[in-house]
Design a protein around this ligand. Structure first.
Ligand code: SF4
Length: 305
């Protein structure tokens, strides 16, 4: 455990003492602190910038293949501006298709180009790195194993770059599949290094020849560490981001382990009662939450306390 844990324990003791004196305690002054590294990561900022540039310069409708990022508020705002998220390659031209941050299968991109669409690839460069690694490992004749969440668009995109590739959630899942021979081990970018290592170790212990491409992106880990540090000192954590965003939900779950936590998608969900008798309110946000959403949540809380 890091120093945040010791701080958390001290905080728990203070809280318990305060709860014991609840009748006499004056209402605390509410302070709001935003975690370091909260909100949009490099890949999300880049995708949104590319989309803005595309909307400004395109002839014909601009659409995204799937939601550009896992953030319903951003997706609704884009829809209101005429930028729809579609689930298959459209056929009308001239039009532009923007490929989402999580990436897609190579044949989908080829289909869009063949249909005469303008394609703007907003796949995060780190996801592209994972896709290329899967491609190269498959070319070496290895079975590609992706440590990640089956069905997640990023994982599906990586799998599509390597024929015969499989996704495993953890070491137990890899063991249950009885994988043998030569394996190329790739990670979904948001996986924890620990999980990736456990899968790698369990395969090697069973005699599998493993070639590793650790494609984990540090953005998720950095947000988690900063959020936990703040949660260890806070009375209440507000975590902002899409409920469909895996990294935001994980952030909220981690904060909830050390501090009362509310996961919200926007200001409308805030309840002034949450801030009664609260000293420090910590605010953090997942990697798919733009800075503007953090700012509006902070000012809405300021208006409530
Ligand atoms: S979390 Fe990492 S891999 Fe995912 S979009 Fe952000 S920078 Fe890219």
């Amino acid at each position: 455990m890091g120093s945040w844990w010791l701080a958390f324990e001290r905080r728990q003791e203070e809280r318990a003492r305060r709860d014991g004196d609840a009748g006499e305690a004056p209402a605390a002054d509410v302070r709001i602190e935003v975690a370091d590294k909260a909100g949009a990561c490099f890949g999300v900022e880049r995708a949104l910038r590319l989309l803005e540039e595309t909307v400004a310069s395109s002839i014909g409708p601009v659409r995204t293949l799937g939601p550009i990022i896992h953030n319903p508020q951003v997706v609704r705002e884009l829809e209101a501006r005429g930028v729809d998220a579609v689930d298959r390659v459209p056929s009308d031209t001239p039009s532009t298709l923007v490929l989402r941050t999580h990436g897609t299968a190579p044949d989908v991109k080829a289909e869009a180009l063949a249909a005469g669409l303008t394609v703007v690839d907003a796949t995060c460069p780190y996801v592209q790195k994972a896709q290329r690694a899967a491609e190269e490992l498959a070319r070496e004749g290895r079975t590609v194993v992706v440590v990640g969440e089956a069905g997640h668009p990023e994982v599906e995109g990586i799998l599509a770059h390597a024929p015969g590739a499989i996704a495993v959630a953890d070491a137990e899942a890899a063991e249950a599949l009885g994988i043998e021979g030569r394996v190329g081990l790739v990670a979904q970018t948001t996986q924890t290094p620990e999980r990736y290592e456990r899968v790698s170790r369990s395969l090697r212990e069973r005699g599998v020849d493993v070639s590793r491409a650790n494609t984990i992106c540090l953005a998720t880990r950095e947000r988690q560490e900063a959020a936990l540090e703040l949660a260890s000192r806070a009375d209440l954590m507000i975590v902002i981001g899409g409920r469909n965003s895996a990294n935001t939900s994980r952030l909220a779950a981690l904060c909830a382990e050390v501090c009362p936590t509310r996961h919200i998608e926007g200001t409308r969900e805030l309840d002034p009662r949450w801030f009664r008798d609260t000293g420090l309110v910590g605010v953090t946000a997942g990697a798919s939450t733009p800075a503007s959403q953090i700012e509006s949540v902070v000012s809405a809380i300021e208006g409530m306390v």
